[in-house]
Design a binder for this molecule. Sequence first.
Ligand SMILES: Nc1ncnc2c1ncn2[C@@H]1O[C@H](COP(=O)(O)OP(=O)(O)OP(=O)(O)O)[C@@H](O)[C@H]1O
Ligand SMILES: Cc1cn([C@H]2C[C@H](O)[C@@H](COP(=O)(O)O)O2)c(=O)[nH]c1=O
Length: 205
Amino acid sequence: MKHYSGKFISFEGIDGAGKSTHIGFVTDFIRARGVQLVSTREPGGTPLGEKIRELFLHEKMHLETETLLVFASRREHLAQVIEPALARGDWVLTDRFTDASFAYQGAGRGLDRAKLETLAHWVHADLEPDLTFLFDVPLEVARARLDATRELDKFEREQEDFFHATRNEYLRRAAEAPHRFRVIDSTRSIAEIQQELAGILDGLV
Ligand SMILES: Nc1ncnc2c1ncn2[C@@H]1O[C@H](COP(=O)(O)OP(=O)(O)OP(=O)(O)O)[C@@H](O)[C@H]1O
Ligand SMILES: Cc1cn([C@H]2C[C@H](O)[C@@H](COP(=O)(O)O)O2)c(=O)[nH]c1=O
């Protein structure tokens, strides 16, 4: 694994778990300590990646096409944004990374995990997040939060079974890699969650 002075932090969770809400808080918290930081997202994060995101979220396609697209977006993201920022010594916060592909394309849609391992190895053999916040909530809570806020995309319209599988895969990966995952109970209030995040970040910045 490559080691950089800046931290690479990913935010994960099923749709509606609340990760986007907390990225802003974490960004402000870290910047307030004088750290240079890039906040980005997947799929997306580059002009090409944002075009891929539109297709990825809104077009029906073969599962392997979907998977290859998200890894193509990730390859570009790493080359144009993530690796240059880390090389400069900046921190990088990303709203989703490869854990999402294992959770959504793997467990949710049923793509063979070995294929995902191959792609992950190809695209970023020598890099993984230093820290992954997994925002965890029961499906009903996530669904209620989404229904209250916006029009749903292709993934957000998936059924309960899909999100059970997705959530379980996230939790399985967190149990498998406790050195980098912090599972955040997101059923609590935003203020309580931010207090926990601040405690974790205090030990890091
Ligand atoms: N702890 C919380 N308690 C109550 N409401 C919350 C909490 N966290 C987030 N919300 C609300 O739930 C909604 C979804 O939150 P958010 O967009 O952060 O979720 P997300 O996990 O990033 O979803 P997606 O992955 O689909 O973008 C927002 O309206 C947000 O204000
Ligand atoms: C990186 C990545 C994302 N997805 C899915 C997960 C979400 O439903 C959307 C992204 O929307 P968000 O509101 O920005 O979270 O894309 C996926 O299926 N596979 C992936 O690798």
